[in-house]
Design a protein around this ligand. Structure first.
Ligand code: HEC
Length: 324
């Protein structure tokens, strides 16, 4: 885990060091005070780890506890109770070490679990949106980018194939693609080259007010590791990280789940799967390459409304064999 953080740290230094490469707007948003707290943590952890016993670790543990207290206070007004929880749990474990009362190794593990948990939820990835250029969108289509602007996205239609070259992630829809009641919608999606980390893409359904602040829709995505994900968008729930101030957060319905029907990314970086959504009475059936991966009660999913595609950031994806 520590190696992982060190690697990310190195990446972060790079990001700070070469603003011209990654764009000044991103680097400008790093909160230096927050970064200072984070950078002080690894040395404290290492000191605790190396200390012969709790007594020898007391100074470093006290410093760590104080830092976590500041981190918790930082997150309190940001409507992120989970982040406050991670920081406070880590603080309490550091305090226990400082008090000399508890098992040092067990508390260290507890602290590291909080580092991981909070990073998973609140650390922006060090993979800024590229600009795929053009801002081209075929007539009739609309896109809602998660952040940045539609000018960073290039979407063309060639014969029966839709070609998406993404900057920021986005959801694509059109007012004359709507369905309600019982229906099926499927398409074959091909990721054309490996992303720097697993990024998802797939189908969206049940859209309403998709350009507005109260947009609702559901989506069914896959990613390189052979996993799927189902989520709802219900309005602009914003997510906060000291780096990325606001990202539109989905409400997870089925978290990332591996399924053998999903073809994984190949050695050449390509991945092709046919995704399908079938609304049948009170059920919504999700298929990959014709195999049902899950079915959910219709009450959990937005099904009536606009449908289309959702493609993750920086991906190049071709969509064909659209069945609607
Ligand atoms: C309450 C949430 C939270 C906890 C707990 C937490 N971190 Fe972080 N950490 C973050 C966030 C958010 C960032 C990204 C900040 C940014 O990029 O602006 C970060 C960034 C970092 C960085 C990179 C700093 C840099 O150079 O930009 C390091 C190193 C780090 N954390 C170490 C740790 C360690 C070690 C622990 C546990 C001992 C820990 N963090 C616990 C939220 C947390």
């Amino acid at each position: 885990m520590i190696r992982n953080i060190l690697m990310r740290m190195r990446k972060t230094f790079l990001l700070v060091g070469i603003p011209s490469l990654f764009g000044v707007t991103l680097t400008a948003q790093i909160d230096p005070q927050y970064q200072g707290w984070m950078r002080s943590m690894l040395p404290s952890l290492t000191a605790i780890q190396k200390a012969a016993d709790n007594a020898a670790a007391a100074d470093a543990a006290t410093k760590l506890a104080e830092t976590f207290d500041q981190v918790a206070a930082y997150w309190k007004p940001k409507q992120s109770p989970d982040a406050v929880g991670f920081a406070e749990a880590a603080r309490d474990a550091a305090k226990a070490i400082a008090a000399g009362s508890a098992d040092k190794a067990a508390n260290l593990r507890k602290i590291q679990a909080q580092c991981n948990g909070c990073h998973m939820a609140h650390r922006g990835d060090d993979d800024p949106d590229r600009s795929a250029g053009g801002g081209k969108i075929p007539a009739g289509w609309s896109v809602r980018p998660d952040r940045g602007t539609a000018d960073q996205i290039n979407f063309t239609s060639v014969g029966d194939t839709y070609r998406f070259a993404m900057g920021p992630a986005g959801t694509f829809y059109r007012s004359d693609w709507t369905k309600s009641g019982n229906y099926g919608f499927s398409a074959r999606l091909t990721q054309k080259q490996a992303p720097s980390h697993p990024i998802s893409y797939g189908l969206s359904i049940g859209g309403s007010d998709q350009a507005g602040p109260n947009q609702t829709y559901s989506y069914f995505l896959v990613r390189s590791r052979g996993e799927y994900f189902i989520a709802n968008r219900e309005g602009d729930r914003t997510w906060f990280s000291p780096r990325i101030f606001s990202i539109k957060q989905p409400l997870t319905v089925v978290d990332w789940t591996a399924h053998p029907a999903i073809v994984k990314q190949g050695a050449d970086g390509r991945q092709t799967n046919t995704l399908g959504i079938q609304v049948e009475g009170d059920s919504v059936i999700f298929t990959v390459n014709g195999t049902e991966v899950t079915r959910l009660p219709k009450s959990k999913i937005h099904t009536d409304g606009m449908y289309g595609f959702r493609i993750g950031h920086n991906l190049d994806v071709d969509v064909d064999q659209v069945n609607r």
